[in-house]
Structure formats: C-alpha cells, structure tokens
Design a protein around this ligand. Structure first.
Ligand code: ATP
Length: 236
C-alpha cells in the first residue's frame, strides 16, 4: 500500500502546553481520511505540521516520505487549502489562479482546467470580494489542485457550501481518490464526513480513535456522530 502522508508520534507544543501529542496515523493512496475533534483539539495544528507551516516539537509528519519543506515543486505533489489562507479580494478568481499557476510552474491551460473542475468557469472574471463563501471554498480547492497533486489536505472544505456544493464536493473528492489520489480532510460536519470518508481519526490533543469508517460507525451503533460522542465521553 502506498502511503501519501504519515504522522509518526507527531507532537507540537504551542505556548507551554501540547496542542497535539503523540499523533500516529497514515493516509494511504486512494483513501479519504477524515480528521475530527472538538474546537481546539489540534486538527489545524496537525495539518499545519504536515504541510510545513509548523515544525514538530517531537516526532514527524511527512508527505511522500519527506518533510514537506524539502519537497521539490510541492504544489505538484500536495494540494493544500487550510483555514486562514485568504485570497486577495481585489483579484478576479481567474487572476488568483493565474498567480497560483505561475508559482506552480504549470501550463497556462491549467487555469481553465481547474476553473472547470470546480464549476467556476462562468465566474472567473468576477472579483473574489463578490464571491459567496461557497464560491471561495471552490476557488481554494481550485488553487490546491492547480499543480495536479496526488494528496489533498483540506481544512473544513464543506464550510459555506450549499446542498448542491456539498454534493459536488462529495463527488469531486470521491473521483480524486478513485483515480489514486488521497485526501486528508478535517471537518466538524460529521454527517457529511460519514458520506465521504473511508477512514476516521478522532483527535483531542491525543488521538482517541483511528480506524475505518465502518469500525467507527459500529462504535456508535451505525452513526459516526454517536460514535464521536461516545469516544469523547470515554476519554473524559
Ligand atoms: N498561534 C497559536 N499560538 C498558541 N496557541 C495556539 C495557536 N494556534 C492554536 N493554538 C492552540 O493550540 C490548540 C489547538 O488548536 P487548533 O487550532 O490546532 O485546534 P483545531 O482542532 O483546529 O480547532 P478548531 O476546530 O476550533 O479549528 C488550542 O489550544 C489553541 O488554543
């Protein structure tokens, strides 16, 4: 089994206490792994550690067996869309993607390709400030995939999406994984995650659960949400 991302006893201190402690799991090719946990559980810290934005206090987080910061042309391997990666509101969606395309060193045609993929072709000439939250989410995903990466790391991608957008995201991620890609996605939307994840990691500073969606749902009598509360309760 090819492993695209791996946390190996990853720990990160923020201030005087650990935001994440001793986190170990893998994201294999072809799989969608959902990272869930309450506010402040350390999900963003883990994703930032994986994508080179934070350095581990101990342990490691690697992509394709390497530290993200040592990857050559990282955008062609890992697509990242994290909370707080704001897009300049005065740019048009197309211009934003052209900048990403230049930075990624991919062909100019990739801009049209990703606009089409995220269903924003008709809105490419509009300024980002006039985009809805859902359109901004799609544009963030478009920027993440401009280098045709194999691994996607997404923080709360369903935020702000309407039911159509959620359906679109679901089939987009499914297609991405079935063509050999992998996805690590953090989400608070458990019923949504139940529809898309193959594997689930529950984090509350420490990892409380790691396993297949099926096993997670079995803990909750067929519901991921019930399993989540049961596992959190058990850890108190
Ligand atoms: N820049 C920072 N400096 C110091 N502590 C931080 C910083 N960012 C986050 N923390 C702390 O690290 C812990 C984990 O936060 P993190 O944002 O990773 O959690 P999260 O699971 O992503 O939360 P949420 O679901 O609310 O987005 C929290 O206790 C938070 O207060």
């Amino acid at each position: 089994m090819t492993i695209h991302a791996s946390f190996d006893r990853f720990s990160k201190k923020r201030g005087t206490s650990f935001a994440v402690e001793d986190l170990t799991f893998e994201v294999p090719a072809g799989r969608i792994v959902g990272l869930i946990g309450p506010n402040g559980a350390g999900k963003s810290t883990a994703l930032a550690g994986l994508t080179g934005l934070l350095e581990a206090t101990s342990g490691r987080a690697t992509v394709f067996g390497m530290d993200y910061r040592t990857l050559q042309k990282p955008v062609t391997k890992v697509g990242v869309n994290l909370d707080g990666m704001d897009i300049e509101p005065g740019l048009t969606g197309r211009r934003h993607l052209q900048i990403c395309q230049l930075a990624a060193g991919t062909s100019p045609e990739s801009v049209d390709r990703v606009l089409e993929l995220v269903d924003l072709t008709a809105h490419g000439k509009r300024k980002v400030r006039d985009y809805s939250l859902g359109m901004r989410q799609r544009l963030g995903i478009a920027s993440a995939i401009i280098g045709s990466p194999k691994l996607l790391v997404l923080d709360e991608p369903a935020n702000g999406l309407d039911p159509d957008g959620i359906q679109w995201l679901r089939s987009f991620l499914r297609d991405f994984a079935s063509s050999g890609g992998s996805v690590l996605v953090s989400s608070h939307q458990l019923t949504e995650l139940e529809q898309i994840a193959d594997e689930v990691v529950i984090l509350k500073r420490r990892m409380l659960f790691r396993g297949s969606l099926e096993n997670a749902m079995a803990v909750g009598g067929g519901s991921l949400e019930a399993a989540y509360f049961k596992i959190l309760e058990g850890a108190r």
